[in-house]
Design a protein around this ligand. Structure first.
Ligand code: SF4
Length: 372
């Protein structure tokens, strides 16, 4: 028997990386650790006893600044006590590309546009997106708008439906799945709900500030470069999946195009990229047609074609995190070398290197237990 220890990091990584890995390995009788409120995402209901420690450690949701190795040690200890003969496994990146999980999906809830008004408890460049203006603008044009996500990590905005109003107590995912399945178009940032939309093949638009951002690393949290994952969404989604760039006006224009005159049609983007949309059999005047392959979308408009390459740009194009100045670094080192968590020239409380905690040399780093 296998016990899958719960993932307690970013929701987007859960959807895109952890769940496919888990679904590929799970066998009946295994035990799953995970958020019981997200049971619909798993092949069997998660065991709540493996989530209590995480809920206590992150009462307001995952906060990457508070990642601690101690939590995983504690989870292993609880699992060993409950299932002494089981094999304990935790997700680790292995480079494999697992199939999409075969979720049992709930009944669609019909709505024109679904947005995920993401608001994290920590400073994050994505938090500032003007969702309220977008929702107001969409509704003023007569489109119904639904809010996907959880009430604790979303901006409160007047809308026609909210995921959390469609869920029973103890469930924090079915409402989002219902909205994504019923949406005519989904608009998200490069986020977990965006990955969920691609998982259920919801037609989707993914927001970025500038063209090319969707393929790069961007400094979205404390200046830490983070790889955008549009390519992963595009690869999963068999429906419309396009990046859009800019703010509210550009988004409303993209939604208008998607809802009023866009169709996804069969065809090879490479073969059609130099031909006019009017040459596509069955095309109607004024239509936008989209042809897809795994890594590309060809958007064919009467005004011309746009070839969208979804593959990430491998060369890092953004600057790395800013270094701390000498005085700051020196102060931090003095504190660290006197700390009982300092061992082998490193902070043992810093957890995953991706969080860049306990790094005296980086301006944006913090002590994971608040000493600096
Ligand atoms: S970063 Fe904080 S916890 Fe880590 S060694 Fe330094 S003072 Fe201790």
């Amino acid at each position: 028997m296998t016990v899958f220890l719960p993932w307690f990091g970013h929701f987007g990584d859960l959807v895109r990386d952890v769940l496919p890995w888990l679904w590929a390995r799970y066998r009946p009788g295994d035990v799953i650790g995970g958020n019981p409120a997200h049971a619909a995402l798993y092949p069997a209901p998660p065991d709540a006893r493996l989530w209590e420690q995480i809920a206590a450690f992150y009462p307001d949701g995952f906060d990457y600044r508070r990642r601690s190795d101690d939590l995983e040690v504690e989870l292993r200890s609880v699992a060993s006590r409950l299932w002494p003969d089981a094999t304990l496994v935790a997700w680790q990146a292995d480079g494999e590309d697992y199939p999409k999980p075969a979720l049992a999906l709930p009944t669609p809830y019909p709505v024109d546009v679904v947005v995920a008004t993401r608001a994290k408890p920590y400073a994050d460049a994505k938090n500032a997106w003007p969702w309220s203006d977008l929702v107001t603008g969409l509704r003023s044009r007569g489109w119904s708008v639904g809010l996907a996500g959880s009430i604790g990590e979303s901006h409160a905005i007047d809308s026609d439906a909210a995921a959390w109003d469609l869920e029973e107590p103890g469930d924090a995912i079915s409402g989002t799945l219902r909205l994504l399945r019923g949406a005519r178009i989904v608009v998200t940032l490069d986020s977990g709900i965006g990955h969920l939309a691609s998982l259920v093949d919801a037609p989707q638009l993914v927001l970025y500030d500038r063209r090319g951002d969707e393929r790069r690393e961007l400094p979205i949290r404390d200046g830490i470069p983070t790889r955008m994952r549009f390519g992963d969404m595009h690869r999963w989604n068999r429906n419309l999946c396009l990046p859009i760039f800019g703010g509210v006006d550009e988004t409303i224009a993209a939604v208008d195009e998607a809802l009023t005159r866009t169709r996804v049609v069969p065809g090879d983007p490479e073969a059609w990229k130099a031909r006019h949309v009017s040459e596509v059999p069955g095309s109607e005047p004024g239509e936008t047609l989209v042809m897809r392959s795994e890594y590309r979308s060809l958007v064919m408009r009467p005004s011309g074609n746009e070839l969208i390459d979804a593959c990430p740009i491998e060369e890092p194009v953004s600057a790395g995190p800013l270094p701390a100045d000498d005085a700051v670094r020196s102060d931090r080192i003095s504190i660290c070398t006197a700390c009982d968590r300092w061992s082998g020239d490193r902070c043992t409380a810093a957890g995953c290197p991706c969080a860049m905690l306990g790094r005296s040399d980086l301006a944006s780093s913090r002590c994971p237990i608040g000493k600096w």
